[in-house]
Design a protein around this ligand. Structure first.
Ligand code: NAP
Length: 507
């Protein structure tokens, strides 16, 4: 830990140097920061573009926002919370939990808030990352991207959308000054966000049009408030909460069999979903409209007990004709029908495989991540490193995503790996560390081989899991405990290294 956080002036421009810079303080960046602090380090900074920790849970404040994974599991293993009010927590409670963890582990003063990284360039001569941000220049020996995959709203390219005169906002940028009561509202999209927004607003708007491009599969949501006695037991009886967490983990992990190994097994869940649809949507015409035409699991499976009742209301229409254009006060569909609206909620997801952040990071050969991914697709090694980007690690990089269980489990696996990587770099006195191309290529061939038969690739749907090359570069194709064991220790032999110390060697 030789080089610490320092300020120095270059010309008139002060440049802050830190041994390690983490970009982003959602679940992943914050968790890594805590681990670095626990290792006794204070030579790191977290650059966070928002005004607080929390990432996607800070940003997604739309009505009805809640997690699809039970909180017992969707929380850090080192910071269990016996006070969860219900089995599937809502966004405000999750955000309060994240804030509380940041306070408890005392890492807020390692953050630079309202600091938007606008560029990062590898300087081979100095072996440092040169970072530009809304708060000036930084340099770092090791750069860690923890910007997340669900942070850049994807705005649909619909003719006339910019000319709409009413209120219009993305689900992840909810306008809380807007009062939708008594208004005619359109929701574009029927993904995880939309199916929570629709029931939350349906009863207060005058009329709601839900623009559905693809009908999603819905499963029941086993959500309930925790009893006081349960919370007491979680708090005071050792091991009970950990046991509850383990049981949820094991139950969820069984889905991997159908999702990744043997898709016909998904028939079991499809039968449950079809029964739910038949019970909750009584109108045959509506039921036909919202019946999916692909194998369950191909797109993210959604859970809700309120969506079907909401779209069955008299003041809600599901519109399945594609949107042709948006005019000053209306939405026009391909069949020529024009529907007047006062407000449009754009729930069309995020830039996942084409994040704008990729355009700002230039590696060893000067190429940006966007240029590299445009050519070969999102490829990395263990979701944590990318060839051509020395001394850089990624939280939630390529093929780390999941559709069935807690991302916090994957995040903690990566924390183990990256924290060990940083410790190894120090221990061996390494100047640079970059994953070998042959190792990365081999890793990706194996990943794609595993994905070939998975439901995401074979289930007959189009989804953001697949990139423009048709490769699934977002999801982990196996049991998550295999990811955990793969990332248990940093494998320096998979990396090309250079050293300040002539005797240092890779382990
Ligand atoms: P999403 O899953 O990507 O869904 C976007 C929706 O918008 C889809 O229905 C999509 O239709 C539609 N759409 C996209 N572009 C369109 C266009 N040009 N015209 C019409 N429709 C269009 O986005 P999301 O709902 O925000 O969810 C994103 C991810 O966030 C989820 O997969 C999940 O990982 C996470 N999330 C989790 C929760 C939770 O835990 N409860 C809640 C919200 C979000 P197609 O299906 O045809 O593409």
């Amino acid at each position: 830990m030789s080089r610490k956080v320092t300020d120095k002036a270059v010309g008139n421009q002060p440049v802050r140097h830190s041994r390690i810079i983490i970009v982003g303080s959602g679940f992943s960046g914050l968790g890594l920061a805590i681990r670095l602090s626990q290792q006794g380090r204070d030579d790191y900074l977290v650059l966070e573009r928002g005004h607080d920790v929390g990432g996607t849970w800070r940003d997604n404040t739309y009505p009805g926002a809640a997690c699809d994974v039970p909180s017992q599991l969707y929380s850090y293993s080192f910071a269990l919370n016996p006070e969860w009010s219900r089995s599937f927590s809502k966004q405000p409670e999750i955000q309060r939990y994240i804030q509380g963890v940041a306070d408890k582990y005392n890492v807020r003063d390692k953050h630079v808030f309202d600091c938007d990284m606008t560029g990062a360039r590898w300087n081979a001569e100095t072996a440092r990352w040169e970072i530009q941000s809304s708060q000036g220049a930084f340099t770092a020996d090791i750069l860690i991207s923890a910007v997340g995959a669900l942070c850049e709203p994807n705005l649909p390219d619909i003719k006339g959308i910019n000319d709409f005169q009413g209120e219009i906002f993305h689900s992840a940028r909810w306008d809380h000054d807007s009062d939708l009561s008594g208004k005619r509202v359109a929701v574009i999209g029927t993904g995880a966000s939309a199916i929570q927004i629709v029931p939350a607003i349906a009863s207060k708007v005058a009329h709601l049009d839900v623009y559905q491009r693809t009908a999603p599969w819905l499963l029941p949501r086993a959500d309930r408030p925790y009893l006081g006695v349960e919370k007491l037991v979680f708090k005071h009886v050792p091991g009970v909460q950990a046991l509850s967490r383990a049981a949820i983990y094991a139950a969820r992990e069984t889905q991997v069999v159908g999702l990744a190994k043997f898709p016909p097994a998904m028939k079991i869940l499809e039968t449950i979903a079809r029964a739910k649809l038949a019970i909750e949507v009584r109108d045959p015409a509506l039921r036909k409209k919202v019946t999916p035409n692909f194998r369950i699991g191909c797109k993210r499976m959604l859970i809700s007990n309120e969506y079907y009742p909401a779209i069955s209301r008299d003041n809600v229409d599901v519109v399945t004709d594609g949107i042709k254009e948006i005019r000053a006060n209306s939405v026009v569909t391909a069949d020529g029908v024009e529907r007047e609206v006062d407000a449009i909620i754009v729930a069309t997801g995020f830039h996942v495989t084409d994040s704008p952040a990729y355009e700002t990071i230039s590696g060893r050969d000067g190429r940006t991540l966007a240029e590299l991914f445009d050519e070969i697709g999102q490829q990395g090694y263990k979701g944590s490193a990318i060839h051509n980007y020395p001394n850089m690690f990624f939280m939630l990089g390529p093929n780390v995503g999941l559709g069935h269980t807690s991302m916090v489990y994957m995040i903690e696996s990566q924390i183990n790996y990256i924290a060990d990587a940083v410790a190894t770099v120090d221990r061996l006195g390494l100047r640079t560390v970059e994953v070998r191309k042959d190792v990365q290529d081999e890793y990706n061939v194996e990943l794609q081989r595993k994905l070939e038969g998975a439901v995401w690739n074979t289930g007959g749907c189009a989804s953001w899991y697949l990139d423009k090359h048709g490769n699934n570069t977002t999801l982990w194709p196996d049991f998550t405990f295999r990811f955990r064991s793969l990332l248990e220790k940093f494998d320096a032999s998979a990396y090309e290294t250079t050293s300040d110390q002539p005797t240092a060697a890779a382990v």
